[in-house]
Ligand binder design. Structure first.
Ligand code: PLP
Length: 393
């Protein structure tokens, strides 16, 4: 005990003390203090949760459903999820042993990495990426191995770069396509190559499919459904984005029983179960929420088209994203760094967008703009950004 105290610099565990805070949060603390800001910042749907889903939550309370559920989650919800994945994703899971309901995809990611990684083992993931990935890996005492994705490649990950990053410590490839923050999707060829690499090196693939419904072209199959992949893929998904249910905090993991069982061990000790009211609402979303989801998606598509055209027309090159609700324009022509651009845009034009570097080093030179905002706000923010960049021409 004395030795431990002697080596410590503070009472906070070393790997947590050195963990950076999310760049997005810092930025939005500042935004909250300002008035009349148009925010293209937080990655959250602007639609209210469809009424029938909210009503299911109200009804759940009225029925007095206020207890714990099974640690795995309500069996009826797990059955509904497995039915949905079979029909829409062409991959079959046993609801009794291969599906775990979690508190958002956030918890599912945490459980997955903790269940799969020994200290010092490596997780390969594509970057720019969701702000949590590197920190989740570090919190599990793993080693993050980011692979830069490039604009020239429409921000898809190059399978050859994954192959080159593999060492004898690599255990997991973590994928998120459609991607936050770039909106990138993979081609079937890229996905097939990644699957072959995973099989060759006996790796587990974690696929974070949180944006998969929000794909604007042809929807690709999940990597879990490719030959030889079901037994080595953990499919993570949830209700936050496509069903506009961020505050309900429901996600899930589906995969081989041994991985789900390991995740479940951590979940039962740390979380016990996801809230029953939200689980019942999620079941309603899958049973009767598809039409509402399609309507929201149609709106996102319109907004995407408009925002993408506006960025390119004003001279900020912008890849047309294949999915999610983010635009990732290139701002290097202004000579500003991502952080300078975002800070000055906020100060001079009261538009909040996130510097690309919040999503990893390879986000330098880009800005993340979320188009889960009203059309009026999108148009006004585009006018303001156009005005802002005039000074750099
Ligand atoms: N994964 C990605 C790629 C995300 O963008 C987000 C949220 O922004 C999450 C996971 C977390 O989602 P949840 O609300 O289900 O915890």
């Amino acid at each position: 005990m004395k030795d431990l105290e002697y080596h410590r610099k503070s009472r906070i565990a070393t790997h947590i003390a050195s963990l950076p805070k999310s760049g997005i949060r810092d930025f939005f603390e500042l935004v909250m203090t300002m008035e009349d800001v148009i925010s293209l910042g937080v990655g959250e749907p602007d639609f209210p949760t469809p009424w029938n889903i909210r009503e299911a939550a109200v009804y759940s309370l009225e029925k007095g459903h206020t207890s714990y559920t099974s640690n795995l989650g309500l069996l009826s919800l797990r059955q509904e999820i497995c039915r949905y994945l079979k029909s829409d994703y062409k991959v079959e899971y046993d609801p009794k042993t291969e599906c775990l309901i979690t508190v958002g995809v956030s918890e599912a990611l945490d459980l997955a990495i903790r269940a799969l990684i020994n200290p010092g083992e490596e997780v390969i993931y594509a970057e720019p990426c969701y702000v949590s990935y590197a920190s989740e890996i570090i919190m599990a005492h793993g080693v993050p191995v980011p692979i830069a994705c490039y604009e020239e490649n429409k921000f898809a990950v190059n399978p050859a770069d994954i192959r080159n990053a593999i060492t004898d410590k690599t255990r997991v490839i973590l994928l998120n396509f459609p991607c936050n923050p770039t909106g990138a999707v993979l081609t079937l060829e890229q996905m097939t190559e990644i699957a072959a690499i995973a099989i060759e090196h006996d790796l587990v693939v974690i696929t974070d499919e949180i944006y998969s419904e929000l794909t604007y072209g042809d929807r690709l199959p999940t990597i879990a459904s490719l030959p030889g992949m079901r037994e080595r893929t953990l499919f993570l998904h949830g209700f936050s984005k496509a069903f506009s249910m961020t505050g309900f905090r429901i996600g899930y993991g589906c995969g081989p029983a041994d991985i789900i069982d390991a995740m479940m061990k951590i979940h039962q000790y740390s979380m016990l179960c996801a809230p029953i009211i939200a689980q019942e609402a999620a079941e309603e979303a899958l049973k009767h929420g598809m039409l509402s989801m399609e309507k929201m998606k149609a709106e996102y598509r319109e907004r995407r088209n408009l925002m993408n055209a506006r960025f390119n027309n004003m001279g900020l090159h912008c890849v047309k994203p294949g999915g999610a609700f983010y635009m990732f324009p290139n701002i290097t022509s202004t000579g500003l760094s991502s952080l300078e651009f975002a800070s000055r845009l906020l100060k001079e034009q009261s538009v909040a967008a996130v510097p690309g570097t919040a999503f990893g080093k390879s986000g330098e030179g880009f800005l993340r703009c979320c188009y889960a905002a009203s059309m009026a706000d999108i148009i006004e923010s585009m006018n303001r950004i156009e005005k802002f960049i005039q000074q750099f021409k």
